[in-house]
Design a protein around this ligand. Sequence first.
Ligand code: PGA
Length: 264
Amino acid sequence: MSKKLQITRIKGATKKMYIVANWKMYPSTLKAARTIMTAGVKAMKSAVGVSLIVCPPAPYLGLLARRKNQHVYFGAQNIFHEFEGAFTGEVSAHQVAEVRAQYCIVGHAERRAMGETNEIIGKKMFECCTAQVTPILCVGERVKDARGDFLHEIRKQITEALLPVPQGLRSKIMIAYEPVYAIGAAHPPTVSDIHQAILFIKKVLIETYGGSIARTTPVLYGGAVDDTTIRDIVKGIPECAGVLVGRASTDPQKLAAMITVLGN
Ligand code: PGA
């Protein structure tokens, strides 16, 4: 490991565990969506200290978010970067808040691949924070180099996204570390690699915004997490506040199994 990556552990990390279910453009029926929800809600009943944040496709969001269950929350997968206007097909952070969604994934790699820049992501962060929707900012390198240059990319993603966010609202965000090559892959990176990146994100938060924000901002991991890989990641990384899961979160059994691991 290069010297740049030798970062020491930071004390006082958050302990509450989050599982963000990013359903992407699945499932294709509302019935199937309700089946996944039922499995998740059932598993949540015996999970301790876990918050489930379900991010379904936009048409399901308002329908599913009507259901109230303890520690089960809802989020959008994306919002538009303006307050309102003639933007056919887009959805605003305030509209998301209106249907009782409290979270929104911002800057997911799949959206960055569609041309979303750090500047646009910053505007989305602003819209979310001012609408009292907690943004889950996704950051992560496209390629990992041995010299540690990829860390600059992550630092830039964080600082440029937070630039437009008023100082008083910067403590109201979550971050998901998602290396692009791990999304949809067969396996996540090693626990040690994920750990170093999460510590680096905490370091950037300390240096740029201060220790209190670094302590309270949940930093999650995402990319190839499922019921077989989740335990090593969350139990092996004290600073990891949970996971953002794609594919496996649309499988009712896998979702329930992951919640059970987190809540034990
Ligand atoms: P995956 O997706 O769990 O299918 O790898 C992760 C993500 O959506 O970020």
